[in-house]
Design a protein around this ligand. Structure first.
Ligand code: ANZ
Length: 870
């Protein structure tokens, strides 16, 4: 055998692993299970860059390590393969998204394979595959056929609800439903036509279609969910988004708000993610109360979390959308109010919330009466009040709330303090117990006493009560697009009905173009003869991007089951994900929706866990390290980095592949930038040095590093170790290829340990010395605890130290090399497998056991004592 020939070794073992199905796993009651999962990728056209595999390498290392430690490890991979980019590409090129998606998946799989990952590919899932989305449709059906019982605090079959309606109407029903649900008796229910009954049930179902105000993105031709809109623009593409009313499918996630919140305390997820989910759910405990409008029958109901500040109310504010606005606005104010309302309603929620500094509003001319002191307060309209939150009306307390304060200052409205000697921030802090002043029945009370006293007053007078509000809204569940799951739904008499199970999957039909129809229907409206056998029309929207990803982790447990989404035996065995790794950008999207679906499946008895991922880690981003060459302004001349101070220069991005250790390959640069072909180059110490900048890794910045190139140059084992070596997994860090040589050298040294001067494999059977054992066990032991802490970067250095020390001792003893190879195998599986076989084993190193630590070699039994005199 020659030198360390990574190319041959890696190819050989990848072939062998595939052929021998080394990574296939089955349920095994004799072993503890360990389920480790990566967020599955969307297979984009650009393939993987070095940033993508960071998380995959980490999970692969842990998967391999756990296997050595005796666990039965489930480590699957698949593709989130429905989505907008493939469809946009299809619109531009006419290529069917299924075709481009398949090609992209092929490319991803080759790249993943070349990294030596230990996935069980027999469990691969693709969300766009009918055999997968059949079950997404099936779960949709379960949601449609369920409602939420607030007394039992769980989802139940809609049949139970229908039975209760028949028996006693809906007066005694404890269920989550639309706000505008009318109450009815059993007789009234029986008197409804079947279609009317269906329409009523939609107000209870956990997924329903309703006229909804949505985020409409004209450029993308689709509706976006709240978490896909950032500051009034689409997250994807940055197109303007507007509000529009449309019939839309929604998921009644609000029914689960409280459980989604309390469940956070039971899982080991990063605190920032939990905090984002808490804020998104936005539980607030307060009160609702009525203010009588002067001269009208109508009342304004407000939601407040600070009923204690009721005596500080100096005006009321209504959302511009409020139906009362038109009614109560006086003649004098009308023109101003109309103009303001039409301006305000077109702005998105986020715009309205984020512009804290810009105070806008208008007086209606009407007044309301504060029932605590009978004082008249003016009613204003302000766009900081959201129509969709609370009651859409606020009792404004400028001494207690910053926005009210800014508003009062701007429009010169009075400010009445309600706490003695307290500024606004102290007053907002419930742990500070101030005394109430100017506060009628609350005077002299402390914060903790004032709230219950005020609520008591509301209840006595019958004008309000305690109230819990959630900020979270039901989630829009549909897109006016082609490349997504069709609904298992058809329409009869204008109401939705479900296909039966044996009609699933409802397959995506062919269309001539991937664009809306001339009449503005979604692309599925183009499908020819696409109806049920009886001629009923199908739903024409498709499911949103988050449908498949809300449950895919269960499918991996039993991916080839054709009878169920996953069988009970598999679900009971694998239960939940022990470690989930992925990006933090999904905090209020995928990571919330998937918890919701899991809780629902749990309620209906389909799965045995309420939370599907015990532990979550967010891997950091690998940023690009861009290279810059400095061009002298106004001249066709470039200067080396250290000399740029002598000139006025402009930094120009240089393709990182033509820069090595910051030194530019000038000839390659001239080819890269034809306008530099005749340029002059001022060198320092004989070379042209580039500067660098850390930026997002992107094609436009010429800083994308492709793993395929690095694997070709150094091998996958080096790349794997090097990516880990870059730093802690959770941290974002710039890519820097400069250090990769060091890791490559390390693997060559490891190779050399077991080879003689003529490059022949050679280990001896001699007994190792104490010192040699100590080196080995120090590395193994430290690595074990490092991996348990997920500190993978330090493990790489542990082994570097060990190999250096063993090399110094010229140690090639089997009793050292063998355990060392096992220890390193999760990081560098190919070289480890090769050495393992050279050591005489015929089974894979993944079937070895992690070497037990022999503590006696780690005891310090000789010391050097420093002696100092005086
Ligand atoms: C009086 C008050 C006094 C308030 C005070 C706060 C501080 P969270 O915690 O987010 O639930 N509010 C109520 N409905 C609103 C709406 N539709 N749009 C904008 N703001 C609204 O916030 C509840 C508080 O936000 C409520 O309590 C109300 O102002 C305001 F010292 O009432 B508060």
């Amino acid at each position: 055998m020659a030198d360390y020939d990574f190319g041959t070794i890696e190819q050989k073992w990848q072939d062998h692993w595939t052929k021998a199905q080394v990574y296939q796993v089955n349920e095994d009651a004799n072993k503890p299970k360990y389920y480790i999962l990566d967020m599955f990728p969307y297979p984009s056209g650009a393939g993987l860059h070095v940033g993508h595999p960071l998380g995959y390498i980490a999970t692969d290392i842990i998967a391999r390590y756990k296997r050595l430690k005796g666990f039965n490890v489930l480590h699957p991979m698949g593709f989130d393969s429905f989505g907008l980019p493939a469809e946009q590409y299809a619109i531009q090129t006419g290529q069917h998204p299924a075709k481009t998606t398949a090609a992209n998946i092929q490319r991803y799989k080759e790249q993943l394979r070349s990294l030596g990952f230990s996935y069980d590919w027999s469990r691969e899932v693709q969300t766009s595959d009918p055999s997968f989305y059949k079950w997404t449709q099936w779960i949709f059906k379960q949601l449609f056929n369920a409602y939420y019982d607030t007394k039992l605090d769980k989802a139940r079959s809609i049949d139970d609800l229908i039975a209760q309606f028949k028996l006693s109407g809906n007066k005694e029903i404890t269920a989550v439903c639309d706000e505008d649900t009318p109450s009815f008796t059993a007789a009234q229910w029986q008197g409804l036509s079947p279609a009317e009954q269906q329409r009523t049930l939609l107000k209870y179902r956990l997924t329903y279609i309703a006229e909804t105000s949505v985020n409409w993105c004209p450029a993308l031709g689709t509706v976006l969910s709240n978490d896909e809109v950032k500051d009034g623009f689409s997250e994807r593409g940055g197109h303007p988004v507007e509000k529009k009313k449309m019939p839309q499918w929604s998921m009644r996630i609000t029914a689960y708000a409280d459980r989604l919140l309390s469940g956070l305390d039971t899982i080991d997820w990063p605190e920032p993610i939990k905090e984002m989910q808490r804020n998104w759910i936005g539980k607030s405990i307060g009160a609702e109360m009525d203010f009588q409008i002067e001269g009208y029958e109508d009342k304004i109901r407000v939601f407040t979390t600070r009923i204690d500040t009721i005596y500080g109310v100096t005006f009321l504010t209504l959302a511009p959308e409020s139906e009362l606005v038109e009614k109560i606005t006086t003649e004098v104010q009308k023109a101003e109010v109309d103009a303001y309302v039409s301006w305000a309603v077109n702005r998105s929620e986020r715009e309205r919330m984020s512009e804290v500094k810009k105070v806008t509003g208008v007086f209606t001319g009407a007044y309301a009466i504060n029932p605590f002191n009978e004082e008249k307060v003016p009613i204003w309209i302000a766009d900081y009040v959201l129509a969709g939150y609370g009651t859409g009306a606020v009792m404004a307390v400028p001494s207690g709330d910053q926005r009210d304060y800014d508003f009062a200052k701007h429009f010169e409205l009075p400010i009445v303090p309600v706490y003695e000697n307290m500024d606004m921030s102290e007053q907002a802090d419930p742990t500070k117990e101030g005394k109430m002043i100017n506060s009628g029945i609350l005077d002299g009370l402390k914060y903790s006493e004032a709230i219950p006293r005020a609520i008591e007053f509301l209840e006595e007078k019958g004008i309000g009560e305690k109230k819990i509000n959630f900020r979270i809204r039901d989630a829009i569940f549909g897109r006016q697009r082609y490349w997504g799951e069709p609904f298992p739904v058809y329409y009869k008499d204008g109401v939705p009905h479900l296909l039966s199970d044996n009609q699933l999957p409802n397959e995506l039909p062919e269309v001539d173009k991937f664009l809306p129809t001339e009449t503005g229907e979604p692309p599925l409206g183009r499908a020819q003869d696409w109806t049920t056998a009886e001629g009923y029309e199908f739903e024409l929207t498709t499911m949103p991007g988050w449908a498949g990803s809300s449950w895919y982790f269960f499918r991996y447990m039993d991916a080839n089951n054709t009878q169920e989404f996953a069988g009970k035996a598999a679900l009971d065995y694998w239960k939940d994900v022990d470690l989930y790794l992925g990006g933090s950008e999904h905090a209020t999207g995928h990571l919330l929706y998937s918890r919701f679906w899991t809780k629902f499946l749990f309620d209906m008895g389909f799965v045995s866990v309420e939370e599907y991922a015990q532990k979550l880690i967010n891997q950091g981003m690998i940023q690009g390290r861009s290279s810059m060459a400095y061009r002298v302004n106004g001249e066709n001349k470039y200067v080396s980095y250290g000399l740029r101070g002598n000139y006025e220069t402009t930094a120009i991005h240089v393709d990182v592949s033509i820069v090595k250790d910051d030194v530019l390959d000038i000839e390659a640069f001239k080819r890269f930038r034809p306008d530099a072909a005749d340029a002059s180059f001022e060198l320092e110490n004989g070379v042209f040095r580039c500067g660098s900048e850390v930026e997002k890794m992107s094609k436009s910045k010429f800083n994308v590093v492709n793993p395929d190139d690095l694997i070709g140059r150094y091998g996958a084992d080096t790349l794997r170790m090097y990516e880990m070596f870059l730093g802690p997994i959770e941290q974002s860090k710039p890519w820097n290829t400069n250090g990769i040589e060091g890791v490559y050298k390390f693997l060559r040294k490891l190779w050399a340990l077991a080879h003689d001067a003529k490059s022949s494999f050679q280990v001896t059977e001699d007994s190792p010395s104490k010192a040699e054992f100590k080196i080995l066990y120090t590395a193994l032991k430290k690595s074990e605890s490092d991996i348990d802490r997920l500190s993978l970067n330090t493990v790489v250095s542990n082994y570097m130290i060990a190999v250096n020390e063993l090399q110094a001792l010229r140690c090639n003893k089997r009793q050292i090399i063998e355990p060392l190879v096992i220890g390193i195998s999760p990081f560098a599986p190919h070289i480890a497998e090769e050495l393992w076989h050279l050591l005489g084993h015929s089974t894979s190193v993944v079937d070895a056991a992690y070497p037990p630590i022999e503590e006696q070699y780690l005891l310090e039994d000789s010391f050097e004592y420093p002696v100092s005199i005086n």
